[in-house]
Write a protein that binds this ligand. Structure first.
Ligand SMILES: [Ca+2]
Ligand SMILES: [Ca+2]
Length: 104
């Protein structure tokens, strides 16, 4: 059994969506767990990378759970902007490495 890559991806996303490390650190463990669950749910094909569609779904799930700035991102219609910012190599997939690079 290899270690679940989703948890690490979720942690990285927890950093990205609140868009500041301070806000991410202020998230409760329960919220981080919800975020991880949402990533698993959004990553429909389980490859630990998010397509634009999977990313939109993740934002919707996070908004429903009032996590990070997801609701604000959707209200302002900034999904594409944020996805583009995270997708460093522009291949249309957000990977764990790209999230981690952004969280540094
Ligand atoms: Ca995927
Ligand atoms: Ca990419």
């Amino acid at each position: 059994m290899k270690k679940n890559p989703i948890a690490a991806l979720a942690c990285s996303i927890a950093f990205i969506l609140p868009l500041s490390a301070a806000q991410a650190q202020s998230m409760s463990d329960a919220d981080k767990q919800k975020m991880a669950d949402n990533v698993v749910q959004a990553d429909a094909n389980g490859d630990a990378a998010l397509t634009r569609g999977e990313f939109d779904l993740l934002l919707q799930l996070n908004a429903q759970d009032n996590l990070g700035r997801a609701a604000q991102v959707i209200r302002l219609g900034r999904q594409a902007m944020i996805f583009t910012r995270i997708d460093g190599d522009g291949n249309g997939l957000v990977t764990r490495q790209e999230l981690q690079a952004l969280a540094q």
